[in-house]
Design a binder for this molecule. Sequence first.
Ligand code: GAR
Length: 198
Amino acid sequence: MSHKRVAILISGGGSNMVSLVDSMIGDHPARPCLVLSNDAQAGGLVKAAERGIPTASVDHRPFKGDRAAFEAELLKPLEAAQPDIVCLAGFMRVLTGDFVSRFQGRMLNIHPSLLPKYKGLNTHARAIEAGDEEHGCSVHEVTAALDDGPILGQARLQIEPNDTPMTLAARVLVWEHKLYPAVLRRFSSGDHTPVLLP
Ligand code: GAR
């Protein structure tokens, strides 16, 4: 059996990318084929290279908002890596419908909220401000609409009375690192039923 090839897109520290890469060993049906960033300085690129994974970056800034032109460049290393599955892991650029449709049904994203709540940014602060009792993270299939698409897994936790956006983000991140690898393993074996944690 040949392994599914997984490309991972990042923008920053890449802690979710590391949790995915480190999970793809042994009898896991997938292996990493590329870590790609929109920022050559992203800390995650070093961590990927240390793990022997091919890396590439395409700086979005020279494209000055021309998403189609940026994505055309992003597609070059991505398509060359021939991924079966594309994982967005803290990738902070909005992708066009054209780009997303190329990977329809095989592109995943992790988002730090219990979707459909709190699409977009500042999710932890918004959950606290709303007085929510629970919060968490979601992995979903990527569709053209932002932070939308079928849910493939969620992890929930209680918001504590003294939580700040920072303390909450740190606790959610611990669950992200459990959820995303669990979803990727299940998804790459062809099973799309949601993973629910804890
Ligand atoms: C993670 O919390 C991820 O859920 C979030 O960015 C962080 C990246 O951390 N993603 C989004 O907000 C997507 N809109 P990491 O680089 O350490 O994985």
